[in-house]
Design a protein around this ligand. Structure first.
Ligand SMILES: C[S@@+](CC[C@H](N)C(=O)[O-])C[C@H]1O[C@@H](n2cnc3c(N)ncnc32)[C@H](O)[C@@H]1O
Length: 227
């Protein structure tokens, strides 16, 4: 039995059925961009994101499962929530090859599977840019992560130079979310994590371009503690 199928049936029943939030064109393009990013430094970012995790972990918006190969074997189980059907199917295939058990489930960051405090850690990679309501998604992560547990984050964020931030806000208000599956460039995700009640323990900020045809964007990668 694959890692994916061991737990998926019981978890899926807690979730809305699949088929929602379908972005078929974006999903196919994103899968290719994620592969390119992996070879341009993304793999190291993901390894750093997940290093040292243990126990049960919930990953929100897992996409095509780009993180799965990088989970350390100290993790007992990953519950990976993904609403987009094409990406979820790719993630299910990636789960079958992961070194740790990964259950890919249909669902939404606004309503995560699991009891309060039932996960040792939560993982958000390039997803808090896209969820419709960041505070609601972060409140759900806060609920399901146990007190003392960790939120690991890897996100592109608003620039700290006024010119680039102005462009990012313009893009968010006009075309970008429509062509990029709901993504926003100008979110201040570090502040949002703190507003949700998490305590930032470390946060590295750097420029990263996931593909040669995309300009570098400011990214953050770090750990926040759920008090
Ligand atoms: C840019 S992709 C990142 C995928 C993956 N986390 C990665 O690191 O490659 C954004 C992801 O967020 C997912 N997403 C969008 N809205 C969501 C929501 N409300 N709840 C959970 N995931 C969501 C998308 O389907 C997509 O998989």
């Amino acid at each position: 039995m694959s890692h994916q199928s061991e737990h998926a049936s019981s978890l899926t029943s807690e979730q809305p059925s699949g088929g929602m939030r379908s972005h078929p064109v974006f999903a196919r393009i994103y899968t290719k961009v994620a592969d390119m990013a992996e070879r341009r430094g993304g793999a190291e970012h993901r390894r750093a994101l997940l290093a040292g995790l243990t126990g049960r972990v919930v990953e929100v918006g897992a996409g095509s499962g780009a993180n799965f190969a990088h989970y350390p074997t100290t993790v007992d189980q990953v519950v990976a929530v993904e609403p987009e059907p094409y990406l979820r199917e790719r993630a299910q295939r990636a789960a079958a090859h992961a070194a740790v058990p990964v259950s890919v489930v249909a669902g939404d960051a606004d309503r995560l599977p699991g009891e309060a405090g039932s996960f040792e850690a939560g993982v958000a990679a390039l997803v808090l840019c896209t969820v419709p309501d960041q505070q609601r998604s972060l409140a759900e992560l806060f609920r399901v992560i146990r007190p003392g547990g960790m939120l690991r984050f890897y996100e592109h964020v608003i620039a700290d130079t006024s010119g680039q931030a102005r462009f990012q806000r313009f893009a968010d208000a006009t075309f970008w979310p429509h062509v990029a599956g709901g993504c926003h460039m100008a979110r201040d995700t570090k502040s949002a994590i703190e507003q949700a009640g998490f305590e930032i323990e470390d946060c590295e900020r750097f420029q990263f371009s996931p593909a040669a045809f995309l300009p570098p964007d400011p990214h953050i990668l770090g750990t926040a503690r759920r008090p």
